[in-house]
Design a protein. Sequence first.
Length: 258
Amino acid sequence: MLQEINLEIAEGEFICLVGPSGCGKSTLINLIAGLEMPTSGRVLVDGVPVAGPGTDRVVVFQEAALFPWLNVQQNVEFGLKMAGMPAEKRKERSAEYLRMVHLSRFVDAYPHQLSGGMKQRVAIARSLAMDPKILLMDEPFAALDAQTRQLLHQELLEIWQQTRKTIFFVTHNVREATVLGDKVLTISARPGRLKKGFAIHLPRPRRESDPHLIVIQQRILLSLQEEIAKVVKDEDMDYLIEKEAGRSIDGPTIGGAL
């Protein structure tokens, strides 16, 4: 659930959003993508209300969601084929973006032959091949090991610097957010409200261990501590309510047995 979200993202910005579980981060991605409709308010892209999904907004999810019966090139070309692009142009476009994610040698490989990181690189290439204005990324590297995640950070930043796409990136990882973003936004526990914004003016590439970056990370974590505590408290309360409800159901039976 989201409430009172007022957010403006400039063209070409790289924005990261962090917050506790269940606060509505993925819901916000879905609203921008047009996969869900707001119950109040509007989502605008270039001043035009979002009325549904569109090729100007593409989502990269945590799971790569590749078609297992298609090879890498065919997966990247899938959206282009659905859009009616001629085969030769599709091949040229897919080759361009597979080079960008360093997978040119794997065009004929199938998803089961790829590592998790390689699958995500295919998913990113597939998204970029559609030439969207906005790339929406919903915890795309969360399931990857630290080394693979760091490699993909570098590749994503290289792609962003080459294409200057607008990127809205959702993550639980504060370090990841500060390494990647122009700005990091924090969101409150349910109902999700935008809480604070942290502009990051440090040059790229950034190191997680940079003392200046650590200071920003600590400020972001401080902003999130209260919200995480609320989530834990609510979960504990839900558990106690369920436990008490169970006792009230079992009580008469136990009493009768005594």
